[in-house]
Ligand binder design. Structure first.
Ligand code: NAP
Ligand code: MN
Length: 264
């Protein structure tokens, strides 16, 4: 059993990271930053996003667990006072895991060349540089609409409580292997028309965006932002890969939604 810990970097998270290390070391769990079986993220949801991307090449061999040093998170759902219990549970393998779907993003370029592939835990967004975003939207290989507006967001089920929610998207239970497409301020009048509602696509349906005017885009993959030039198409689908979370006690998704957004 090998573990790694990532910290948000503030004093509180760094101290807690050291405490977790001390406890796990004393229980005989081995620290291995490059090839961990379990990654403990200390900070917030943003810290877990970072940990996910750090270890995204070994998702099949790594489980994640999040401790929050600020407010309750969707990924970071353990409180600092629970770390002793957490360390004991980690040392006493095997533990239960739960898997959440991920989003696969493929960017293809007009000059041919290699396509870029990404995995997102929360979402990917596409905006144009400067002017409005104009994109032809295809679903399952068929033309659906021509979008004009600020941008488009494609979210995973566990990312549906993040940016997607702010865009009026639905909250999707992470047991549903689907992706959700939401609009950012679409232009709708007699000339331009988009569906207006968020769309939820099942696992075997792809969504493809094709540039109409400009082919340079500012894209995000979770917290990462990248400029893509000479884009031919951007494809979204439910990824084959999934993220695994170690589950040491039940904390149902809908309770986390309530505690985060309604009342605790
Ligand atoms: P950030 O600006 O610190 O994140 C914005 C907020 O989103 C933070 O409170 C973060 O929680 C929270 N968050 C992250 N993942 C979440 C999830 N799955 N469900 C509910 N809340 C979540 O930046 P960051 O920490 O690097 O996170 C990047 C994420 O910010 C992006 O993936 C995007 O979803 C989100 N974002 C939201 C908006 C918006 O709502 N208008 C705009 C841009 C980006 P912590 O404080 O625990 O980190
Ligand atoms: Mn954050």
């Amino acid at each position: 059993m090998k573990y790694a810990v990532t910290s948000k970097g503030d004093n509180k998270s760094n101290e807690l990271m050291q405490q977790i290390k001390d406890q796990l070391d004393s229980l005989g769990v081995i620290y291995n930053e490059d090839q961990p079986d379990i990654v403990i993220s200390v900070g917030g949801d943003g810290t877990l996003l970072y940990a996910f991307h750090r270890y995204s090449s070994r998702l099949d061999r790594t489980a994640f667990v999040g401790v929050h040093t600020g407010h309750l998170g969707f990924y970071a759902d353990w409180i600092p006072e629970e770390i002793e219990k957490l360390a004991t549970a980690i040392a006493k393998t095997p533990y239960q895991t739960v898997e959440y779907p991920l989003l696969e993003v493929t960017v293809r370029y007009s000059h041919g060349g290699r396509e870029s592939k990404y995995l997102a835990l929360n979402e990917s967004t596409v905006k144009s540089v400067g002017s409005s975003l104009v994109m032809d939207v295809e679903i399952r290989g068929e033309s659906f609409e021509r979008f004009r507006g600020d941008g488009l967001c494609v979210s995973t089920p566990s990312g549906s409580t993040a940016y997607n929610k702010a865009l009026g998207g639905a909250i999707l239970h992470p047991s549903i292997p689907a992706i959700q497409l939401t609009e950012m301020a679409s232009i709708n009048n007699r000339v331009f028309r988009t569906i207006g509602s968020p769309l939820i696509l099942p696992g075997h349906h792809t969504c493809m965006l094709k540039p109409v005017t400009s082919d340079d885009f500012q894209m995000t993959i979770d917290h990462l932002s990248l400029l893509h030039k000479d884009v031919k198409s951007i494809q979204f689908r439910v990824a084959d890969e999934r993220i695994r979370f170690a589950r040491f006690r039940p904390f149902p998704f809908w309770r986390r939604v309530r505690d985060s957004f309604v009342t605790d």
